[in-house]
Design a binder for this molecule. Structure first.
Ligand SMILES: Cc1cc2nc3c(=O)[nH]c(=O)nc-3n(C[C@H](O)[C@H](O)[C@H](O)COP(=O)(O)OP(=O)(O)OC[C@H]3O[C@@H](n4cnc5c(N)ncnc54)[C@H](O)[C@@H]3O)c2cc1C
Length: 389
């Protein structure tokens, strides 16, 4: 580490933590990343990256690799339970969103940070934010001092817990991820919003398709491990779900309860939270990965720029991001497609269709997405061009 360089510990090597490490390294700062998991992530499922996030990742020189790892989704349809189309959107720009396997995205992001940056199988035991630095103890007993510590450790953030922040809140839904059967070639992404509050989503992922089923549940822990029970979770949906349930192996089902994190306490002196640790939303909003990448870009810009004390830079980061989160659907315009989403789900979880609808409208049919320049710094490699898919 160069003399005088700010010493940064990033807890969590997921989407936000790796992006932050990449942005910092390109600005000459070499952070330490501790990641609890070891080896290739086994979390299945597809995340949606909106165009502004893909542009930001282009600054890490992985824009092309990210595009190649995923599928540009240019068409989206809201369907009725019988599969007929209720609403259809076509991207007005290059693509509406990029659908990319979580594990493949992490592999690409790992390639964007220097070897030796990420310490796997390592986690945080305690923090002591002193006046001049933060004393950190890792679970393996190693003690070190850092100028700042960034908690990018996801929805169940240990960093947030150590800071005394509120825990994650159960959203009242459980989601199950599973692959679509071989031979199903989805031309467009599709979503079914049922009257009883369930949502079935299917997106192309480059090797067929990936599906999510989100169902209301009164208490956590009600997922299914049994493929036979899958269709029974949502008997009203005829579109793709019955045949997927028939074909899926139990080992390919993966379920998780949905949690969100209140967006209040982000910064405590020299410690700040990023991504889901700071502001996890229901995964149906589809904005978590994009917001984590945006956080990382803004935070890196704050940490490497200016002469303010580290705590002041973190406070500026939080202020900038809070104002962004106050308008997560920025870019949506009145009268845009989806303004008319009406379902019981919308009544039960108004924030979900509002955020998701705003994003879809902005990226498929409405105003251009937030320019990367508004998030700090200039754009490097542009990820334009058709991959011929
Ligand atoms: C189960 C699930 C499914 C999702 N599905 C979708 C989807 O379909 N579409 C979509 O857009 N978004 C989805 N999301 C949201 C999206 O994945 C997140 O918003 C995004 O990954 C946030 O990035 P992050 O860096 O904040 O957290 P993550 O990417 O979750 O990274 C957190 C990292 O921290 C590590 N970690 C955790 N605790 C510790 C610790 N104590 N010490 C060290 N490391 C630690 C974890 O192993 C992980 O690598 C899903 C989220 C979850 C949890």
């Amino acid at each position: 580490m160069a003399e005088g360089e700010i010493q940064v510990l990033v807890v969590g090597g997921g989407i936000g933590g790796l992006s932050l490490a990449g942005f910092l390294q390109r600005a000459g700062v070499d952070p330490v990343v501790v990641e609890r998991a070891e080896g290739r992530p086994d979390r299945p499922g597809v995340v949606e990256l909106w165009p502004d996030a893909v542009r930001l990742l282009s600054r890490l020189d992985v824009g092309r690799k990210v595009r190649d790892a995923g599928v540009d989704v240019t068409r989206w349809a809201r369907r009725r339970p019988d599969g007929t189309v209720a609403e259809r959107l076509t991207a007005s720009d290059e693509f509406g969103f990029l659908a990319v396997d979580y594990a493949r995205l992490l592999t690409v992001l790992r390639g964007a940070v220097a070897d030796g940056t990420v310490h796997e199988g390592s986690t945080l035991r305690s923090l002591d934010p002193g006046r001049g630095s933060v004393a950190v103890e890792l679970a393996n007993g190693v003690r070190e001092q850092f100028d700042v510590v960034i908690g990018a450790d996801g929805v169940r953030s240990r960093t947030r817990e150590v800071l005394g922040g509120d825990g994650a809140t159960f959203c009242g839904t459980t989601s199950v991820a599973f692959p679509l059967p071989d031979g199903v070639e989805l031309g467009a992404a599709g979503e079914v919003w049922t009257a009883d509050g369930a949502v079935f989503r299917a997106v192309p992922n480059g090797h067929g398709g990936a599906a999510w089923l989100t169902v209301p549940s009164k208490v956590p822990g009600q997922g299914v491990d049994d493929a036979g029970a899958l269709a029974g979770l949502c008997p009203t949906v005829d579109w793709l779900l019955p045949e997927a349930a028939e074909a899926v192996d139990a080992g390919d089902l993966w379920w998780a309860d949905d949690f969100r994190v209140p967006t209040d306490e982000w910064v405590d002196g020299r410690v700040a939270l990023l991504g889901d640790a700071a502001h996890a939303r229901h995964r149906l909003t589809g904005v978590g990965a994009t917001l984590a990448i945006e956080d990382a870009a803004v935070l890196a810009a704050e940490l490497v720029g200016g002469d303010d004390a580290p705590a002041a830079r973190l406070a500026d980061y939080a202020a900038r991001r809070r104002s962004r989160l106050d308008r997560p659907d920025a870019g949506a315009r009145a009268g845009a497609p989806l303004a008319g989403i009406e379902s019981e789900l919308a009544e039960r979880h108004p924030a979900i269709p509002a955020v998701r609808g705003g994003r879809l409208a902005a990226c498929f049919g409405g105003d251009p997405p937030t320019p990367a320049t508004a998030l700090g710094g200039s754009d490097g490699e542009r990820s334009s061009g058709d991959r011929g898919r």
